[in-house]
Design a protein around this ligand. Structure first.
Ligand SMILES: *Cc1c(COP(=O)(O)O)cnc(C)c1O
Length: 395
């Protein structure tokens, strides 16, 4: 018997103000972000939202991460510790900067912990890239303390954790630089785009150079490019669309938290299900809602949910990120050079990286693409569908 698909309200992050701003930008005859009023405002207001001194926008989350990493000017061969489950955008910029990604395990909350980072820390470590996976706020303050003790850098990849509190501050403000993607699926979006925040004047200045070809504009004679860089500039249209969302963002987060609590209550105690407990000490902003199913039943439950047309991704990225990328798995990088792994210790490989916590999580997860536009009734219906699937498959 065919199952009627569940109709879920579509997300519409772009309101009338975005349209108005776009019209203003178009009417101005210039969409370049160089001295563009919308991009300047976006950078200023984004930084102010988080209480940071500087905001630097770039054309994607990956671009903003690359911009942040490049601004650190770490020596090639330096190791950077990254959580084992993340988007490729956290990892690829490291390789382009000649750095060696080293992966740490996650705990049962899908968080990065001081203990798991310490387990892979070496004298070659120059930075930690903290991933706030699915909007759960990992131990930013503990990892900042560790970074300071070791004299290394803490970067926070908040692509999945916009406006996510930990203690009195938002994640992204604990690190030397906080990085946010505005890709279509993120809490705040311009289709593509990203913003980095920092309190460090020098890092901000280098990031501004890097995303603008390294160009120090306004020099009197020949052009000056004091930093190696790329063109990762955002355009005014993207900034025009992103800007109004700073005002709606807190509502987006609180609505997602509300819906997650509702779904938690529905899933509590179901056979084969565990409810995700985000890292302690922080609030989760639910970039998605991870349903955790006993590994032996996960695929069968996912197939059931798929029959109802639920927007899901079983296993999220499917494997620890270093197994997804041939650049790490097979060290296929620049030609046949193997760079930057030629700078790593003899015999370096990702083949035997032990991340049992991350693997266990990947085997359990069904990502449900929950968002703020869904209604209480829709979430209740999703909960009932999950309950039905678990009764059928597990019990
Ligand atoms: C989305 C995302 C990125 C990359 O962002 P893009 O804007 O898609 O380039 C990086 N890291 C994490 C954790 C992400 O979720």
């Amino acid at each position: 018997m065919a199952t009627p698909p569940l109709t879920l309200t579509k997300r519409q992050p772009f309101g009338p103000e975005a349209l108005e701003n776009c019209a203003t930008a178009l009417a101005s005859g210039s969409l370049s972000s160089v001295n563009g009023p919308f991009t300047t405002r976006l950078e200023t207001e984004f930084a102010a939202f988080y209480g940071a001194r500087h905001g630097v926008a770039a054309s994607s989350g990956t671009a903003v991460i690359h911009t942040a990493v490049a601004a650190l000017r770490l020596e090639p061969g330096t190791e950077v510790i990254v959580g084992a489950i993340t988007d490729a955008g956290s990892v690829v910029p490291l390789l382009y900067e000649g750095l060696i990604p080293v992966f740490c395990d996650l705990d049962e909350h899908l968080g990065m912990t001081v203990a798991n980072v310490e387990a892979v820390l070496t004298e070659r470590t120059g930075a930690i890239m903290l991933i706030h996976l699915f909007g759960g706020a990992s131990d930013s303050e503990g990892l900042r303390r560790l970074a300071d003790e070791r004299g290394i850098i803490l970067l926070e990849d908040c692509s999945q954790a916009h406006a996510t509190r930990r203690g009195d501050s938002y994640v992204g403000t604990y690190g030397h630089i906080g990085m946010f993607s505005m890709q279509q699926s993120k809490h705040m979006t311009s289709g593509d785009g990203g913003v980095a925040i920092t309190d460090d004047d020098e890092l901000a200045a280098r990031m501004r150079l890097f995303r603008d070809k390294g160009w120090e504009r306004g020099t009197p004679h020949a052009r000056a490019y004091p930093h190696l860089g790329l063109n990762y500039r955002l355009t005014e249209l993207q900034s025009a669309v992103a800007l109004p969302q700073l005002a709606t963002l807190p509502g987006v987060i609180s609505r997602r938290r509300e819906l997650a609590a509702r779904l938690d209550a529905k899933l509590q105690g179901l056979p084969g299900v565990s409810v995700w407990q985000p890292p302690e000490g922080g609030e989760a902003s639910y970039w998605c809602y991870p349903i955790l199913i006993d590994p032996e039943h996960r695929d069968a439950v996912a197939a059931r949910l798929g029959e109802f047309g639920l927007p899901i991704s079983p296993g999220y990225v499917g494997a620890p990120i270093f197994e997804c990328l041939s650049a790490t798995r097979e060290q296929v990088t620049f030609g046949t050079s193997g760079y930057p792994f030629t700078l790593a210790p003899e015999g370096f490989s990702y083949a035997d990286v032990a991340v049992p916590g991350a693997r266990d999580a990947l085997a359990r997860i069904i990502v449900f693409w929950m968002h703020e536009a869904m209604t209480d009734d829709e979430i209740d219906a999703v909960g009932d569908i999950v309950a039905g699937a678990c009764q059928d498959v597990v019990a």
